[in-house]
Ligand binder design. Sequence first.
Ligand code: SF4
Ligand code: SF4
Length: 460
Amino acid sequence: MKFDIKEEDMLIKPYKTEGPIYIREQKGFFQRIRRNLGWLLMLTFIAIPWIQYKGEQAVLLDVATQKFTIFSLTLLPQDFMILALLFMVGAFALFFVTNWLGRVWCGYTCPQTIWMLMFSWVEQRIEGTRNQRIKLDKSPWSALKWRKKITKHAAWLVISLLTATSFMAYFIPAKSLYLEMFTLQWSGITSFWVFLFAFCTYGNAGFLREKMCNVACPYSRFQSVMFDKDTLVVSYDAKRGENRGPRKRKADPKALDLGDCVDCNLCVEVCPAGIDIRNGLQYECINCGLCIDACDDTMDKFGYQKGLIKYASEKQLEGKKTNPFRLKLVGYGVLTGVLIISMVAWGLQRTPIEASVLRDRNALYRVNYEGLVENPYTLTIINKTQQPMHYAIAIEGLPKAMLSAPSSILVLPGLMKKIPVTVTADGYDIEKKVTPVSFIISANENPDIAITKTSQFYKN
Ligand code: SF4
Ligand code: SF4
């Protein structure tokens, strides 16, 4: 699908690159979906760090100790694979949704959009409607203007600080974070990160707004690769709308040689990206549907059929049928499914213990004063559960061999321990010079938590 931006359109009605965009508040079907979804996602974001699991914070991404806890799952740096899979699932799911429904991620669920929506809502409550805000900004500084501006920025700053604190609660235990906040005991590093995130939220949602999407977000730049003629995007039905022009409500548009667009400009005034969708699909469009709600209201007032602006594919606008089983969409869907299955399979085969065995590099073997052959090793055990565990070690593969190791090794949750062990055997009991030996490490608390690691036993 091509972005249909004609040079003359850019000259007549350019994308607004200078000054703020005064967004008109719009009610309607798609705005209701955005608002409710926004609330749901925001409350979920705030609530997650407060969920408890077995007396501990259920989701805690402890960067300092490189330990991510998600309910019963503890992820350590060795589990990097799952994060790589997670990013790939996210990327292909996004490609799938974009090919199907255009940039709905941007319009409905992107945090930037949700926070922009929230900040705009606050602005509207304090400074008034679009026209009142334009008037206020043009007016000279007065006590009223100062009061409104200070109230708005104070409210934005409070929201930004709460957002940043909620975000930090994913990395620092929520209870202590909030307790230290109320007792003014945040450490320098905690204060630094909270104020940095708060500053970014305030700057992004309060000032940069759509410029962030248009200039900084890479997704808006490469989305066109995922679009095709079947992708549902917000489209203006030019065949029905043109010739555009104002008219009286009761007037017959055909008699005036007019289409259904009454040129009320509402679709432009409600647009958070500051574009005119009647100029065709533009990369700034986030598919939010606000212009559909605005135009439907106008169509209602004039007694015309709704849907002059609607979610439609290029094919639908040409009067053809959309193909729901196109190769690109099916391909993205299949890849997303395969990656999700791989993630589940990885999770099912994952054991909550990790171990390695390393031979002593200084000596292949040594012979003790009894004439027995000794091989030293270092075992490393990582406890990936959320409880302290005691582990026992046994060996297999060497007849009549003995293991010198502690009978019970305590490893705290999420930590690792190195244990030097020695295997001793009579050289006459072993046929080969090099024989594989297996170390079986099992948890005393749960014998199902066990792992086997193999190394070599050397003799003269
Ligand atoms: S053109 Fe319509 S759908 Fe696109 S960003 Fe503007 S209001 Fe949203
Ligand atoms: S809202 Fe509808 S009628 Fe009004 S200018 Fe936009 S397309 Fe035309």
